[in-house]
Every structure is written in C-alpha cells, then in structure tokens.
Design a protein. Structure first.
Lengths: 597, 349
C-alpha cells in the first residue's frame, strides 16, 4: 500500500500535567512549518494532573481542519487508558507505545512500535523529575522518523515552544533525538507520511481566545472585569498579556484597567458600570457565568448600557463537561434575563473572526447601547487553528450616540430615551459631562423617555416597542451571513461558529462521494439578517447543523421565519463534547436525504 | 460656561462655586413622612454643596430598597445608576475605574448590603474603591413590608411580635476586619455628627463606609425594636465629638492635643475628634474592634469615626490609572498602530 502523504490524523493519549502539551505543540508546529495544513485539538479532563488526556493532530493536504473521526495513528503513553485506546482502533493502525505496557498481546491486527521511553530518556536527563516531562519529547522524535518530518523543522519548533531558553531547548532536542534514533531500527513504516508543501505560507497559528484578546486590544477596550472559568480564562489572560504589552504609554501608564471580580455577577456589574460611564468594557465567561449574569444582563438591556460579553461555551447543563465543547448557550444567551429581554449575538466561525468581532463588538455595543454577547466555544477558543494574519480594523471606532456638553448646550435639552432619529436609539450623556442638564437617572424600573420613573401602561409599552425597533435595526448592522455554493441546489446547509470546518468538509464529501450539491449559509449573528429567511425560502430543505441537543439556533429560526419557511428546516443537532467532525455531518444528512430520492 | 459667579438674591446662600443649594436639590421624596432616610439625603446634598463639589462631578449609585430610591431625591444634576438588588458595589466599581475623576456615592440599605449584597460589599471594601458608601440601616425590609434584615439585633421584635434570633451582622466590624480604610457609624437624627462623617467620607480617597441608623417609622419604630428612634437615641454612645475642616479653608485653629485629635484626610481636609470619655484612636484597627464588641455586649450603639487609614491606596491608584478618565481617552491612546499588529502576526507565524 502506498503511503498517504499529508493526510492523516494522529492521536496522543497521555496523562495531563505530564508536559505532553509542549510535545504536541512541537509536532503541530513542525507540520505547519513544513507547509502542511494542520489542526490540533486538545481533549483534556477537568483536572490539573494525573487524569487521561488526548491530543489529536490532523494533517490535511486539502486543508481540512475539522476533527477527523478516525484515528490513523495512535501514541499510547497512558497506562490507565492504553488498553481501551487500542481496543477502538481500526485493523492495521500503527501504534507507538511505551514498551513497558506490553500492549502487543492485546491485538494481533495492529502495527506495533514499542519505544522504551524510560531507557531512552535516562541518559538525556540526569534529574529524575525532568524525565517525566521529557518522555513525551521522545515520541516526537519517533514520529519524526516514522512520518518523515524534517528534522531541522523539529528543532526549530522546539526552539519556538521553549522560547529559545537554551537549556530547555537542548534537553528537549536531545530527548527527541533519542526517539528519532530509536525509530531508525523499525523496519516497517506506517502507511502515512509528511512531505513539504506550500500551503501554510503567510498563515499564523493561534487559538481563538488569543485572537479575541488581540481583537479587543485593537478595539480600544479600557475595562476588563472577569472571573476565572474554563474555557474562557485564557481569553482574559491573553487579554491581560496583550494589554500589558501594547497598551501602556511611553511612561508606562496603562490605558486600561483590569479587575478580577469576585464572581460573574460582579464582573458584569463592573462592565455595566464602566460602560455606563463611557468606557469600552468587556468580560469573558462560560455557561455557568452566563447563568449568574442573568439579572444584570436584563438591567443592561433595559437601561441600555453598552457591554461586551464573551461566552466561550462549554458543555452543560450545570457543571456538565467543563473542558469539552458545545454550542449550548445560544437560546439562554439570546434571551438572558426575565421579561421580554433579547440580546444581539455574534457568532464567530474562525479565529480570524474572533479577532474581528473582538473589536467590532464594541462598535456594535456602543452603537446599539446594549450588551452584545459573542458566542465562541472551547474548540474555537482553546485549540490551535491556522488563519490568515489579523487585519487592522478598517474603520475608526464608532462610539455611538454620545451627547457632549457643547452639543447639549446647542440643542437646549435632551431626553435619554427619546427616539429622535427613528432607529430606536436615544442619545446618552456620560457622567461627568459639565452641563447642568446633562444628568439623567439610570434605572432598571419602568421609565419614560426622560428616564423618569413611570408605571404608566402606555409609557411602558411604547418603551418596549422602541427596544424592539432598536434590535430589529441591528439585523443589518450585525455581521452578515456568509453564503457559499452554487445557487440552485435543492439542499441548503446552515451552520455557525466552530461547526464551519466540519460543514465545509462535509459538503465536499457529499458532492464527491454522493454527487449531492449543497448551498451553505454560515450565520454570524442574531437577530438574523434578511438573507437568512431568503436562503431558507430558496431551498427545499435546509439542514441546521449545530453542536447541542435541542437545535437551539433552529429554534431561533423558527421564531423568526413564517410557518411555510420554518417547515423547510431540518434541525441537525448533535453533541457529545467532542468537536464536530465532517463524517458525522455527512452521515446524518444522507440518512435524511435517502428519504428524498 | 461662564466664569463669573452668578449673583444670588440677598440672603440666599451660595457655595464657593457660586451655586445655590437649589442646584443640589433632587426630586420629591416618595418615602414615608418622618423616614430617617430623608434626613440623610438632606445631609448628603448639604455636604456636597458646602464642599463646593460640582454636582456634575458626582455619580450616585444604589441597589434596591427604600434607601436605594433616595438618590432620586437629592442632586438631580448628578448622573445616577440605580441597579439591581445587592449589586450596586460592582456598578460603582466599574464606573469609578472608567472615570476616576467622578465623586462616587452609593446609598444602600441593610437588606441590600448585609444580605443579598454582602459579597459585593466585602469585595468593594477590599479593593478600596473610592466611594462614599452609606448604609441606611433600619433592621427591616421596608419595601416588602417589614421582614427582618440581617442587621436586626437578636431579641429585637417585629410589630407582630416575631423575635429576631440570629446574630446581627455588624457592618462596621465586618468592614474593619476586611481592611476598610474609613469606617463610621452614625444616626440619621444626629445632624452634626453625620455631617462631619459624610464630609470626611467625601474627602477620603478610598471606600468610606458609613453605617447610619435610620429608623423605619412604618415597620420598626415600636417598643421592643432596637432600631427605633427612641432606642437609638437612648443607647447612642458617641466616641467623640466631630468637626470637619475642609481643605480649602486654610485656617489653623489651635486645639488642645490633650482633648482633641486631628486626622488629615486624602484631600488635605481635616477631621477633628474631640474627646468624650476615654479616648479612641481611629488608626487602631484592633482597638476599634474591641470597642465595637464591648458596645455590642453592653447594648450600646457606638457612633463616630471608628477607623480611618487616609494613606491606604485606592483601586485606581493600585491600578496605576492615568488621571484622565479611561472612558474618554482619545482613539490613538486606545488603538495601537498597525505596526503593533504586524509584530503580533509575525510572532504567530
């Protein structure tokens, strides 16, 4: 059998806290530096050290970056899970494993590559405590030999990962070399390999949380209030690092404030206080934090205070699977809080969009004077993705309708919630505006257009109607959906967020394997743009692919569409905590399409 | 804006900005006649008027409850944010970090601060957010018609005879233990003491917690209540007699260091503590705790300046914030130039 070049997925099964992350990043970077499209996904437990963890790396000459369901090659390092890891493999799968585990006896139909990790690592590291960390670098070397990775790129990647720290680099290179030399004795090569391509030139490799953080820095964020929660903590931490590096003046004075709050309620309270005072303020959280923010989110909506809330979604309900991915907060976030509350949602589908929405969310929040929720997820936020370099914001910041003392003096008076422009958005003044008529009383209680307390039925109703007008106007302000595929296909696919790579790959599978042509609309915001209804109306069936149980975005669509269009929707929701793979999408679509010959 | 001070009719008092007390007025109160909260609102607006702080530079914050309605009843020329129950501290923290030039005042109640919002109060105090934090403490939930709050003293009764059984939360003791930098207790009926403590709080640079006993005339002013006017009047034990000398009054009056202690506050204003009985050192955190516990055991209401640390760094100071408000920094100060993004991209290649 000829070796498949640049088209394989390998899975590393190890124990968390053992330094495997560095080894896996070296593998990922080596392939990337060889010009081979890659993606890396960390499937980790909610634990600091000692529990099983898996890392999957996919190389794809065609550029597919979704998780591949099949495992083409396994590195079995974890004695606790090794037998189970091996049991699920397809016949013939190559397995690199710790010789001491004696796995060969479990199955006769696999391709075994025993590596005596302890023996190899002992001469490299005299200190026992380093050996545990360096063992993982040994499999990097072994894989480099078996997969034909270019050795200079391996060394360069080690230099990158250990940031050029000479001693660490030398030790890790030595460990990798030990694995590399050991593998020279293997007679059989796996039916996979890598070879230099030119498909990653100019690209960057980054996770969505870091991208979002840089986006916020270029969006002029001035206040970050946050509470640690997986998988959003690394967004806040990356933001703190980026602010520290890029947002101090020559004298060292910061143009920002960071407050680690006591909980998510306080985090959103601080963001609303800061937004009210005129700052570009944000927080980052995940589902449980979103739940806690409910009451304050309603205050932000009703008092009309700009705020940016990143929800890096994880698996619920409750504590759920806190280190796994899901698109489970769509409905709860859209209507977060009691009463008739609704919030604009932004749905980034790539790390590039994490960056773009990272700054655009502030423009939208200030323009619309309302909390804007950006729904990322663990897969997008914490895993490494290839991307085009971040683009500098094309437009100046939009600070929205803020009335200065001079403008107020000119017009004589103002009413905070009066719809003077017909878009449902009033003018606001900032506290500290030096004008005797600048002040208004912000409240979560019923209010008239001058912000005065009111329980009058008409005043209440008219205020709510204005808020509806405001959110309706957002349909054309928010990021428009992205359409691809030939018009005229009978079948439409609709998806969002981190489902995009799997859906794109699935479309290629459907077309090449079954001759099924599809159109694809990737939704990037709610309330939906007018194109969404047009898309659904122009296809016999539209599959709504999403990573949750209940078809949450499909639910939002049903609320929005007329009944005839809604009947064309085919919710295709699935969730098991793993990032979506193309094969599962294709199978689910085909099983329904078979009923429509 | 005109730089010339407006002229007022004879007999109408102006402050040093040339503003009239009417410029500090609020809306009409909707609280019960005789409510202690109204007196506190009066003291608050007087203090800002007398200190000559422009109302536009003041930001008012509150949560939910009778007390939290009061920012509508003083200083209508100041922006106000009436938030949700127990979360006023976080709103104030965000706003005062976004614009450190604002004079923040928060008005809360014992339900808002000692029960639902006790967590936010705790962390506000720890951060030393520059906020005057007035708790209008009457031991009951007024707006929901008279249930006990967590500051009700054990043994105190409701109108219907229900007896409070759990220990009361002493917000002053709590704040002192948390490292608060300005802690005072007063009584809505003690105009002189409350005025001095409020002015000191405004002059202070960090969180100034004032626990002000403010009897609820409707639900908690009966015999058997330890938060009634009569009870508080009878059991009030002032630590000292207080007077306030603002920074702009550059006068030095001789005082007897044997009987009077002077505390210089953040902005240069001074609080004078005239001895009554045994001397209280307001810089002694543990001493203040001892006095509070002793008073509690004796059934006394200890009032006055319990503790102050004028040098404690405030949150904006700890964050090293610029003097100019973050909220209105120009775009070039908050959006790095393209070459910074190019460097970020290069590092990710």
């Amino acid at each position: 059998m000829a070796a498949a070049i640049n088209d394989f997925s390998l899975q590393v099964a190890t124990v968390n806290g053992s330094g495997s992350q560095s080894a896996n990043t070296v593998l990922l970077r080596t392939l990337f530096q060889m010009g081979v499209p890659v993606s890396g996904k960390n499937l980790f437990p909610s634990n600091i050290a000692g529990l099983p963890t898996w890392y999957s790396i996919r190389a794809s000459r065609d550029g597919w970056v979704a998780r591949k369901r099949e495992i083409d090659l396994l590195v079995a390092m974890n004695p606790e899970t090794a037998r189970e890891d091996v049991a699920g493999l397809a016949p013939g799968t190559p397995v690199i494993f710790d010789e001491a585990l004696g796995l060969q006896s479990t199955r006769g139909d696999l391709q075994w590559y025993p590596v005596p990790f302890d023996t190899l690592v002992a001469p490299v590291a005299p200190e026992a405590k380093l050996r545990k960390l360096l063992r993982n670098m040994v499999y990097v070397g072994t894989l480099a030999r078996l997969l034909d990775l270019e050795w200079p790129e391996v060394e360069r990647a080690i230099g990158r990962v250990f940031k050029g720290k000479a001693k660490a680099v030398a030790l890790n290179v030595a460990a990798a070399r030990a694995g590399h030399e050991h593998a020279a004795a293997f007679e059989r090569r796996p039916p996979f390999g890598a070879s230099r391509l030119d498909a990653t030139g100019g690209l960057i490799l980054v996770d969505g949380n870091t991208a979002a953080a840089h986006g916020a820095v270029f969006g002029g964020v001035t206040v970050l209030a946050w509470y640690p929660i997986t998988p959003s903590s690394s967004l806040a931490e990356a933001l703190i690092d980026s602010l520290e590096a890029h947002r101090r003046d020559p004298a060292g004075q910061p143009s920002y404030a960071v407050v680690q709050a006591e909980d998510e309620l306080a985090a959103l309270g601080m963001v609303l206080g800061a937004g009210w005072a005129g700052a570009r303020a944000m927080t980052a959280t995940s589902g449980p934090g979103i739940s806690l923010m409910g009451e304050l989110a309603g205050l932000g909506y009703y008092a009309e205070v700009p705020a940016v809330i990143w929800d890096v979604q994880r698996v619920g309900p409750s504590t759920g699977l806190p280190t796994r991915t899901q698109q489970g907060d769509v409905l709860s976030t859209a209507f977060l809080s009691h009463g008739d509350t609704a919030h604009p949602l932004l749905l980034p589908g790539s790390v590039e969009e994490c960056f773009t929405f990272g700054h655009e969310a502030f423009d939208l929040a200030e323009r619309l004077q309302t909390p804007v929720f950006v729904l990322s997820d663990l897969d997008l936020g914490m895993n490494q993705w290839m991307a085009r370099p971040f683009q500098y914001p094309a437009r100046p910041m939009d600070r929205g309708k803020v009335l200065s003392a001079e403008a107020l003096e000119k017009q004589g008076s103002f009413a905070r919630y009066r719809d003077v422009d017909g878009d449902g958005i009033g003018w606001r003044t900032l506290p500290g505006t030096v004008h005797p008529r600048a002040a208004y009383f912000t409240r979560g209680t019923g209010h008239d257009d001058q912000a005065g307390y009111s329980e009058k039925p008409d005043v209440y109703r008219q205020n709510l109607e204005r808020l509806t007008r405001k959110l309706d106007g957002a349909r054309t302000l928010l990021p428009a959906p992205v359409r691809s595929g030939a018009a005229g296909a009978r079948v439409g696919l609709l998806a969002y967020g981190s489902s995009d790579p799997a859906v794109q790959e699935s479309r290629a599978q459907l077309a090449s394997e079954r001759g099924l042509a599809t159109d694809y609309l990737r939704v990037r915001a709610w309330p939906f743009a007018p194109e969404v209804a047009e898309f659904v109306a122009s296809h016999q069936r539209t599959y709504v692919v999403e990573q949750n149980r209940d078809g949450q975005l499909a639910g939002l669509l049903k609320l929005d569409l007329d009944p005839a269009a809604a009947a064309r929707l085919r919710p295709l929701a699935r969730t098991d905590g793993l990032p979506l793979d193309a094969r599962s999408v294709s199978e689910a679509i085909l099983s329904q399409e078979e009923r429509h010959p | 804006m005109s730089t010339q001070a407006p002229t007022a009719p004879a007999g109408v008092r102006q402050n040093r900005l040339g503003l009239l007390s009417a410029d500090y007025k609020g809306g009409k109160t909707t609280l019960c006649a005789g409510c202690g909260h109204n007196a506190i609102s009066e003291r608050i607006l007087e203090a800002y008027f007398d200190l000559g702080i422009p109302p536009e530079q003041v930001a008012k914050f509150s949560g939910i409850g009778c007390s939290s309605k009061t920012p509508a009843y003083f200083m209508s020329r100041s922006h106000a944010f009436n938030g949700v129950h127990g979360r006023m501290p976080s709103l104030a923290t965000g706003a005062l970090v976004a614009n450190r030039t604002l004079h923040g005042i928060g008005v809360s109640g014992d339900g808002d601060s000692a029960s639902i919002g006790v967590g936010q109060l705790v962390h506000l105090v720890r951060r030393n957010v520059p906020l005057v934090y007035v708790v209008e403490n009457n031991g009951v939930y007024g707006l929901t018609k008279g249930q006990f709050s967590a500051t009700a003293d054990p043994g105190s009764t409701l109108k219907g005879g229900t007896v409070a059984e759990l220990p009361a939360i002493d917000l002053c003791a709590l704040a002192i233990q948390l490292g608060a930098s300005y802690v005072g207790r007063s009584f809505s009926g003690d105009k002189k003491q409350l005025s001095a403590l409020l002015r000191g709080a405004i002059a202070h640079g960090g969180t100034a917690l004032l626990d002000v006993l403010s009897p609820c005339v409707t639900f908690n002013d009966h015999e058997g209540s330890t938060k009634s006017f009569a009870w508080v009047k009878e059991h009030d034990e002032p630590l000292h007699e207080l007077s306030f000398v603002p920074a702009f009054e550059d006068i030095s009056v001789d005082y007897d260091p044997g009987t009077t202690r002077e505390v210089t506050l953040h902005d240069g204003s001074r609080l004078r503590l005239h001895k009554l009985g045994s001397e209280h050192d307001p810089h002694d955190r543990s001493g203040a705790m001892v006095r509070l516990l002793a008073a509690q055991a004796a059934g006394e209401v200890l009032t006055g300046l319990l503790f102050v640390d004028p040098a404690a760094p405030s949150l904006p100071e700890r964050l090293g914030l610029p003097e100019a408000p973050l909220a209105t920094l120009p775009p070039e100060a908050v959006r790095p130039p393209p070459e910074v993004l190019e460097a970020i991209n290069a590092a990710l290649r």
